[in-house]
Structures are given as C-alpha cells and as structure tokens.
Design a protein. Structure first.
Length: 196
C-alpha cells in the first residue's frame, strides 16, 4: 500500500510540474521549483485564472425533413433529457411547416425542461448542414432519420463519413404513414379482447 501511495504522489507531482510548465513564465517556474512547501498554493497563486466557459448549453441537433416521426422525436427528447442538452432543429422546410411538425411536441419539451430552437437552412442539404455545424461547436451530435435523405446517403455510401464535423446518429423509426405525431385512428378490438 505504501508503494501505491508513493507512486500516486509522484504522478500528482509530475502533473503539477507539467501544469506549471504550461502556464507560468520562466521566472515563475524557477520560483515554483525552488519552493519546497506550499507548492500547490504557489501554483494556484501564479496560474492565471482560467477562461470562464461560455454559458452556451450543449446542443443535440435534429435534422428534420418534410416529416417528423414520433419515434424520432421521442429519441431526441429522451437523449436531451439524459444529457441535459438543448435541442436545435435544423431544417430546409419553411417556418410554417417546421412549426406545424414540431407543435405536437412543444408540451413534452416544456415538461422536460428542454430548450428548443429552430434554424432554417438554405442551399444544398449536406453543405448547408456542414456550414452550420462548423460554426456552432456547442452541437454535440446530429440526429437524423435512417430512412431520410441524409440517412440513406450515409447508409448507401454516397456521402463520405466525415462530411459533417460532428458525429451523426441514424435513428430507426417505425413509420406507419403518420406524419409528425401519433396516429389518430381508433384501435380495432376483437371479440376476444372485449370479452377479457
């Protein structure tokens, strides 16, 4: 146990010296290395304050085409909730179409505390997405429908894997011809189900 403790102390000291070497001037390094006691306090006093991270919340980007399956949106909402990320919806549709597709989910997003913003893109889909994602480093990854334009282009190999600057998650959906939400058709029950 004593060997392990000594090895951990040695590793921590090496990390402290490395830290000092990266942030201190030559004179500060010399002063630091010549002090025996209070090394941790000295490095804290001489190290410039770290740049505060911007308060920009990490985002999950959703590429939305002309339809938004419920499976796709539920995956994104659950992921944003677990990661405590915001949601950025990227689309080439008009504002009115985007709002209509997203309206069934606004209450669910509000209930889970997920902030959502919609960005309308123009131009070629892949280059428009790449341009936006390069300019927004807060985006952790892009989710898109596996059977959509972008998903098929990745699966068929027509798009290079590194065309977008963030990872792409292809979401499998169980579409039944319903656009943007759950089916409104009543469920048919059989005689056996009614009797039970």
């Amino acid at each position: 146990m004593i060997k392990l403790t000594a090895e951990i102390k040695r590793i921590l000291n090496a990390l402290a010296y490395s830290h000092a070497g990266e942030f201190l001037s030559l004179r500060q390094k010399s002063d630091y290395l010549n002090k025996d006691a209070g090394a941790a306090d000295a490095i804290q006093a001489m190290t410039p304050a770290p740049i505060q991270a911007t308060s920009v919340r990490q985002q999950v980007a959703l590429y939305m085409g002309s339809e938004l399956p419920a499976d796709m949106m539920h995956y994104v909402v659950q992921t944003c909730g677990r990661l405590k990320n915001g949601l950025t919806v990227l689309t080439f549709q008009s504002d009115s179409v985007a709002r209509a597709l997203l309206s069934p989910y606004t209450e669910e997003l509000a209930a889970t505390g997920i902030s959502m913003k919609t960005v309308l893109l123009t131009g070629d889909p892949v280059s428009g997405l790449a341009r936006y994602l390069r300019r927004h480093p807060e985006v952790a990854f892009l989710a898109c429908k596996e059977t959509g334009y972008l998903g098929r282009s990745f699966l068929n190999g027509t798009q290079p894997q590194d065309v977008l600057p963030v990872p792409v998650v292809l979401v499998a959906t169980h579409e039944e011809g319903v656009q943007g939400g759950a089916s409104t058709q009543p469920k048919q029950t059989s005689e056996a189900e009614r009797a039970a």
